[in-house]
Write a protein that binds this ligand. Structure first.
Ligand code: CU
Length: 306
């Protein structure tokens, strides 16, 4: 009956179906009773009202039964929920960064990816981190969801039980591109996982340090590198170009040089390019070092107009 994609599926689904089942019984029962009473106590058939008072048996009945039902719902909810809060000591720790509007996953050996890659049948602990606003990591197939709160070190864990690929969504409205804040969990066999984990990151080796920073910092959630328009201006052809920015409400022409790019990272809303939404970008001071900004600018220089 259950997909068993994670070890939580059964417990959560049982609680879900019990609550839905009880609700359905009440929906049908109450509706049927209403219709029955409307017919039976219709004025033509029953012209004189006869109020009922103090029915001790009935009062006991409607106190005890609902109490047992809600306690039952609580019990199954608790049984399904409790294991989610008990994290096994041997769980593989993965640091999750949720940022407007992308996910990144960092492993113990420094490896990182925009996909969550995990071995099958091994507990995995996700340490949730957000530098900007509230997000929520939601993996429907695993029946888990947890808020990612700036300033709070939330954790969640799971044990995937079936190889395959499952959706990750952000379940907390976090701004303009919230609905694009998607990723996937890839559940691999132990062997494939180890191969992936220990493999040299050939893709990262081919990238300039600045490009890796750009991906890690999720700049590409809002800025393209191919000239297409997203939430913010594209990086393509940016370096050295002239642009009109709004500074303190006034339009001003500037050249996109090192100083401008650095300022756009550390204090982005002091100079938003004319025609783009104001006040959307969070400032990255404290999240990116001076050296990283330099490497980033070196990379931006390579994105020339055709
Ligand atoms: Cu989000």
């Amino acid at each position: 009956m259950f997909s068993n994609a994670s070890s939580f599926v059964e417990g959560v689904d049982i609680a879900f179906f019990i609550i839905i089942g009880i609700s359905l019984v009440f929906l049908v029962g109450i509706t049927a009773a209403m219709i029955y009473f409307v017919i039976k106590y219709n004025k033509k058939r029953h012209p004189k009202a006869e109020p009922t008072k103090d029915n001790f048996q009935l009062e006991i009945f409607w106190t005890v039964i609902p109490t047992l039902l809600v306690l039952g719902m609580f019990y199954y909810g608790w049984v399904g929920y409790r294991p989610m809060r008990i994290i096994p000591n041997n769980a593989i720790p993965i640091k999750v960064t949720a940022k407007m509007w992308s996910w990144s996953f960092e492993y113990e050996n420094g490896k990182w990816d925009s996909l969550l890659i995990v071995p099958v049948n091994k507990p995995v602990k996700l340490e949730l981190f957000s530098p900007d606003v509230l997000h929520s990591l939601y993996i429907p197939a695993f029946r888990i969801k947890e808020d990612v709160v700036p300033g709070i070190a939330n954790v969640m864990w799971f044990k995937a039980q079936k190889e395959g690929t499952y959706n990750i969504l952000c379940a907390e409205y976090c701004g303009q591109r919230h609905s694009y804040m998607l990723s996937k969990v890839k559940v691999l066999s132990q062997d494939d996982y180890e191969k992936w984990y220990n493999a040299k990151d050939t893709l990262a080796e081919k990238m300039m340090p600045g490009e890796i920073i750009m991906k890690k910092q999720a700049c590409i959630a809002c800025h393209s590198t191919d000239g297409s328009r997203l939430v913010g201006p594209s990086f393509k052809g940016l370096y050295g170009s002239k642009r009109i920015v709004l500074m303190n409400g006034e339009k001003k022409e500037i050249i996109a040089d090192d100083e401008y790019i650095k300022n756009s990272i550390l204090d982005p809303n002091s100079q938003v390019v004319d025609g783009f939404p104001q006040g959307i970008m969070t400032n990255y001071s404290g999240q990116i070092s001076e050296d990283e900004i330099k490497q980033f600018i070196e990379y931006i220089k390579t994105l020339k107009d055709d």
